[in-house]
Design a protein around this ligand. Structure first.
Ligand code: AMP
Length: 281
């Protein structure tokens, strides 16, 4: 496993492999790697000749300065975690390397970015789109792997490849959870032990809603919202059911209706957590 930090070096490295006819799988991350990330890396290794993992805490996708400053960073530990998992090259650039000049690109994702994360985190998805497009252009992957944990991000990236016509296949990957149901996240390590004990209520609430989806949705969501807000230190930002294609909220589920999912964002103490669950499977 080789580690490269320069854009030109990484680009040339990838071009040399492409010239040999090797297929490239790419897993973009912000580091603080956990088993959820590794599951994407292992899948990429199964489906491609070589695997590139980027580790870059992208400042322009953070709408909250404190969150950016406190985002966990430990490259040595990440490299240890990646070893033996099928990763061929790690691309770990500095901010100056990725953004030598002021970023001016502005994307319009329409209704997809107006809801959920887009509504609560201004500029977040533009920052995500800018960095992912640059990474795609540098690393020229055949396939890129994104977790359904960040489902709205996945839909935005699918739209980005349509808009930009970049020839990358976007591969959605299932959410990887702890044994108690908590979706794995780099931010989980910032929960204190008491908060960590309370966090699985998020998964339990999603499961409860799914089990009761025949009921009137507005009542069900209201009850579930109360339950989450009643947890010590927890504050609900949104809890809604949305169309998986358009991400627009749905009031009624129908047998012949579009595939739908439940989406949630909460603060637990200072830490913001998101999760989701598909309703149709
Ligand atoms: P991040 O480092 O948080 O930007 O995540 C990098 C990639 O890993 C994104 O595509 C995430 O959706 C994905 N990911 C993060 N957590 C999980 C998880 N628990 N299960 C599956 N994929 C995940």
């Amino acid at each position: 496993m080789i580690v490269l930090t320069k854009v030109d070096e990484a680009h040339q490295w990838v071009i040399a492999r492409r010239d040999q006819g090797l297929s490239i799988g790419f897993v973009p991350t912000m580091g603080a790697l956990h088993q959820g990330h590794i599951s994407l890396v292992e899948r990429a290794a199964d489906e491609n000749d070589i695997v590139v993992v980027s580790i870059f805490v992208n400042p322009i996708q953070f709408n909250n300065k404190e969150d950016l400053l406190k985002y966990p960073r430990d490259l040595e530990k990440d490299l240890l975690r990646l070893s033996g998992k099928g990763c061929t090259m790690v691309f770990s650039p500095s901010t100056e390397e990725m953004y030598p000049e002021e970023v001016k690109e502005q994307y319009d994702f329409g209704p997809l970015e107006k809801v959920m994360e887009g509504a609560f985190r201004e500029g977040h998805f533009n920052g995500v789109a800018v960095v992912v497009k640059r990474l795609f252009e540098i690393l020229l992957p055949d396939r890129a792997y994104f977790g359904e944990k960040d489902f709205q991000q996945l839909r935005i990236i699918q739209r980005l490849t349509e808009i930009t016509k970049l020839p990358v296949e976007i591969i959605p990957c299932a959410i990887y959870r702890e044994d108690d149901g908590l979706a794995m996240s780099s931010r989980n390590q910032r929960l204190d032990p008491e908060e960590r004990k309370r966090a699985p209520i998020i998964y339990k609430t999603l499961s409860y809603i799914k089990a009761h989806k025949e009921e009137k949705l507005s009542d069900l969501l209201e009850r579930a919202s109360h339950q989450l807000n009643a947890v010590e230190g927890m504050r609900l930002e949104y809890l809604l059911i949305a169309d998986l294609e358009t991400l627009q909220p749905i009031d009624h589920l129908r047998e012949d209706g579009p595939a739908a999912g439940i989406f949630v964002a909460v603060y637990l103490g200072q830490i913001r957590l998101i999760d989701n669950m598909f309703l149709n499977s």
